[in-house]
Design a protein around this ligand. Structure first.
Ligand code: GLY
Length: 282
């Protein structure tokens, strides 16, 4: 699947399942707590908190994001970027754990055709309910369901006063012959054997600076799937920079850079149609 086909497929899947498709919010936000939009849920913080009406009970989007926290990992890991696109579906008091898990599994396995035996699941330490859905209803064996704590399966990891809650993640296993090859390697390992594919957050609380959790008016769902990682997997590449759109940009940049120094005034033009992902620039 080409990059644009992946975007269309994701949004089409959720549209067919009653979600309103929302445009990406601007990358630079008016949220005073952050310079850039860092997640697909950011435009919906007030809706999760019950302070604003959501656009619809269920929505989906492809959100432009920038995360400076990942800067040191760019180029070292196969999958980290500072700017990236996040595919996400959101429920505001509509479906919850079961619905979110069923949609995610159906999309990844039935629509994208990723072999289920390559998928591992992580759930928050005490989230028995999600584990039971994955195991008993979806059929993921317990050996491939891992319970992890706040650092991995609570979103966001850092304390903030916005919506937060436990999450469950889908990881793709590249196989024991890849990555660090340690006997205890698992989805929490930093090597490239496991690729975190999709994070399903169960937005249930806000958290005060002292750690006190207050329940949201109604629980919601906020999911985030890294588009570049998904494209890397579906296009069978080793690095997320090698997918059809990103590789074109890299090739073009290399060709401009390799010209003689006297001609470096030739900047890459964003009006060059071959370099303009239509979703990004319109
Ligand atoms: N809000 C979910 C995520 O960014 O992974």
């Amino acid at each position: 699947m080409k990059c644009q086909e992946i975007r269309d497929s994701f949004l089409g899947f959720f549209e067919e399942r009653g979600h309103r498709i929302m445009p990406s919010a601007p990358l630079v936000t008016d949220d005073p707590t952050t310079l850039f939009t860092v997640a697909g849920m950011q435009p919906y913080i007030a809706a999760f908190r019950g302070e604003e009406r959501p656009p619809a009970p269920r929505v989906a989007s492809n959100q432009k994001c920038a995360r400076m926290g990942d800067l040191e990992r760019v180029g070292r890991s196969a999958t980290h970027h500072t700017f990236f696109e996040m595919l996400g579906n959101f429920s505001f008091g509509d479906y919850f754990k079961q619905g979110a898990i069923e949609f995610a599994w159906e999309y990844v396995v039935d629509v994208l055709g990723i072999p289920p035996e390559r998928l591992w699941i992580t759930v928050y330490t005490d989230d028995d309910e999600s584990e039971e859905i994955w195991n008993k209803q979806i059929g993921v064996p317990l050996e491939r369901i891992v319970r992890l704590g706040r650092g991995e399966n609570w979103w966001p990891e850092e304390r903030w006063e916005g919506p937060c809650g436990p999450c469950t993640e889908i990881h793709l296993d590249n196989g024991p012959e890849t990555g660090c090859q340690a006997a205890n390697c698992g989805p929490a390992c930093d090597c490239d054997r496991f690729v975190e594919l999709w994070n399903l957050v169960f937005q249930m609380y806000t958290e005060a600076p002292d750690g006190t959790l207050t329940e949201l008016p109604s629980p919601g769902v906020d999911t985030g799937m890294g588009f570049e990682r998904l494209a890397m997997i579906l296009q069978n590449k080793n690095f997320s920079t090698e997918t059809d759109e990103m590789w074109q940009i890299i090739q073009r940049t290399s060709s401009v850079r390799s010209r003689s120094p006297g001609r470096t005034g030739e900047a890459i033009s964003t009006t060059d149609a071959t370099l303009r992902p239509t979703w990004l620039f319109g």
